[in-house]
Ligand binder design. Structure first.
Ligand code: NAD
Length: 420
């Protein structure tokens, strides 16, 4: 099939390149000239394992190209909207990019003669596709959804760091569709996948995505709270999580206590769900607590440090800035709260991350950035481990320095864990 993707970010690029890998012809529309320039030179503007090789291969085979002009989507049969849906200050999702992409696509559909399907892949709060995107598409195209063009909602469950594998081998594919024809068109793209295909309404698909993220975030905040209680009792929460995780009803994943979750999805999706529930007069007590635990949790590592040394004027090494390993993404990373608090308390902050330094430096120019974990550790009064990059697991780099481990990656002589 000839597929167009709006937005060449994490989701758009992975979706596009995986569809190319499956043999489809993909056109990616991006409106950031720097990203277009970089992609045309074969450089991926994000770090994601394996993706650069796929880009060069499919550009060479003529199966993947990047354009700026949305009118190019006229040459395709289906368009995936993969633009960002960040949080507003009040927690609601900001639909600015999605609405503007829908205006562009609708404008192009006005000129299109044949059938076309528009698929929302961005994460949105339930009812957004039906109540916001469909009316925009109809207005800007002058056509009727369900009759002249199709609409579907196909949420993405990939994880940064293992995005290609996740896209190609998902636990399930969820397809919400306005009508049968739209659903059939999207389903045909996934016909070789050997996983359950869940076919539902547009709003149900939207809710499956945000409820999944809210559940995973809840699991993390839950184990962090249990971890804090364990720490006060001298119990190692990691053993507790192991013992719990063998229970099939619970499962071992997302039970790693630490300094909290970050990234572009969990915090904003939970906030968006809370804002929508409140708008409907509901009181989402549990979801609010999930976020509250997550705001306080990174400060625990500072509290533990302060119990050991006076922070003002000390050199503190921070290992790990990205919100998780194998990505350069620092959106909502707990490192931002931790580094901000260290600087506020007068520390001299030295930091290392294998991939995220360039992104972090833009927001924290006053930090001293080092090229290796070993260099970062040298000359520090204490070390905080904030992201579980594998290279931080080598105990020899720390020598006798105080290490406060926020992720459970290492064990050294002078050591304290955040929840153990
Ligand atoms: P991103 O910010 O990395 O990428 C979005 C891209 O869209 C940017 O490159 C931006 O320049 C481009 N863009 C915005 N408006 C455009 C327009 N009108 N025309 C062309 N390009 C435009 O975002 P992302 O991380 O890829 O996330 C996209 C969506 O997918 C979000 O809703 C997110 O919640 C969801 N999601 C993200 C992940 C993830 O791990 N990143 C996983 C699942 C779902």
């Amino acid at each position: 099939m000839r597929i167009s993707i709006i937005g060449a970010g994490y989701v758009g690029l992975v979706t596009g390149l995986c569809f190319s890998e499956m043999g489809h012809e993909v056109l990616c529309i991006e409106n950031d000239p720097e990203k277009i320039d970089s992609l045309r030179k074969g450089r991926i503007p994000i770090f994601e394992p394996g993706i650069e090789g796929l880009l060069s291969e499919h550009v060479r085979k003529g199966r993947f190209r990047v354009e700026e002009d949305p009118r190019e989507i006229l040459q395709t049969e289906i368009t995936f909207l993969c633009v960002g849906t960040p949080s507003r200050k009040n927690g609601e999702m900001d639909l600015r990019f999605l609405e503007s992409a829908a205006v562009d696509v609708g404008g192009v559909l006005r000129e299109k003669e044949g059938y076309h399907v528009v698929v929302v892949k961005s994460t949105v709060i339930p009812t957004t596709t039906e109540t916001t995107i469909v009316p925009i598409l109809e207005k800007s195209s002058g056509k009727k959804a369900g009759r002249d063009f199709g609409v579907a909602m196909n949420p993405e469950f990939l994880k940064e760091g293992s995005a290609l594998r996740d896209f190609m081998n998902p636990d399930r594919v969820v397809i919400g569709a306005l009508d049968e024809r739209s659903g059939n068109c999207v389903r045909s793209l996934y016909r070789d996948f050997r996983c359950p295909i869940v076919e539902v309404s547009l709003s149900t698909a939207e809710m499956i995505k945000v409820a999944s993220n809210a559940f995973l975030a809840t699991k993390i905040s839950f184990i962090n709270e249990i971890g804090n209680i364990c720490k006060s009792m001298g119990i190692d929460v990691r053993k507790v999580a192991e013992g719990m995780g063998y229970d099939e009803r619970i499962g071992p994943q997302f039970l790693r206590a630490g300094c909290g979750f970050g990234g572009s999805c969990f915090p904003k999706d939970v906030s968006g769900l809370i804002a929508e529930a409140e708008r409907r007069g509901l009181d989402p007590v549990l979801l609010r607590s999930v976020l509250k635990v997550n705001e306080v949790q990174p400060l625990k590592i500072i509290e533990l440090l302060e119990n050991r040394i006076k922070i003002d004027g000390k050199r503190i090494g921070v290992l790990g800035l990205s919100f998780k390993p194998d990505t350069d993404d620092i959106r909502e990373a707990r490192s931002r709260i931790i580094v901000g608090e260290l600087l506020r308390k007068g520390a001299i902050v030295r930091a290392h991350d294998p991939k995220a330094i360039d992104n972090f430096r833009k927001e924290f120019p006053d930090v001293e950035y080092l090229r290796s974990a070993k260099e970062c550790v040298e000359g520090c009064d204490a070390i905080l481990i904030v992201t579980e990059w594998p290279e931080y697991a080598d105990p020899s780099i720390y020598e006798e320095r105080l290490v406060i481990d926020g992720r459970g990656v290492v064990k050294t002589n002078n050591y304290e864990g955040i929840c153990w």
